[in-house]
Design a binder for this molecule. Structure first.
Ligand code: ADP
Length: 160
């Protein structure tokens, strides 16, 4: 049976921390679907299409990584995609509580889909899309935090 893994997130925008999780998932699972979740409670900087294009351009070297979007429940997306695993990244204790809640809820909704956690690399443990946007907004150097295409896209957003 082909094990399909879903890597869900807002990816607003994708950072080196996200990319590391996607790369590591792509080494383990034959097929990885990155799902850009269109969450109405967040006010994103990038449109879903822009976020998908950025992810596509930085994951093009992985033939088993597919980029999609969803505006519904993650568990419904995962079921439709015939995925057996949801992969999430963990940075710090602060992620744990939130992830525990979501994982428990997803398990209640569909017991057949497992959630696996991948521990961040040390150098990305402080890294989030929000912090990158904050630094970029004030013209700080983000070149070590995001791929160059993302850095350029952020600069363009904040020039306007
Ligand atoms: P969400 O709104 O679903 O949390 P994010 O785009 O913030 O979406 O994150 C998507 C996934 O990537 C989450 O599992 C998150 O824990 C993980 N992630 C984000 N930043 C990092 C990082 N620096 N290192 C490891 N995992 C990360």
């Amino acid at each position: 049976m082909t094990k399909i893994a879903v890597v869900p997130g807002s990816f607003d925008p994708i950072t080196n921390g996200h990319l590391d999780i996607i790369e590591r998932a792509a080494k383990v699972f034959p097929e990885v679907r990155v799902a850009v979740m269109n969450n109405s409670s967040k006010n994103p900087l990038f449109t879903v299409d822009e976020r998908m294009d950025l992810i596509r351009s930085v994951t093009s070297q992985f033939p088993n990584v597919i980029i999609e979007s969803s505006s519904g429940l993650l568990i419904d997306y995962a079921r439709d995609a015939k995925a057996s695993v949801i992969v999430r990244g963990l940075r710090a204790i602060s992620d744990f509580e939130y992830e525990m809640q979501i994982t428990s809820m997803n398990r209640m909704l569909d017991e057949s889909i497992e959630t696996f956690f991948v521990m961040t690399k040390n150098q990305y443990s402080f890294l989030s899309s929000s912090i990158v946007k904050e630094v970029a907004r004030y013209g700080g150097d983000i070149s070590a935090l995001v791929p160059s295409v993302v850095e350029k896209a952020l600069r363009e957003k904040y020039i306007r």
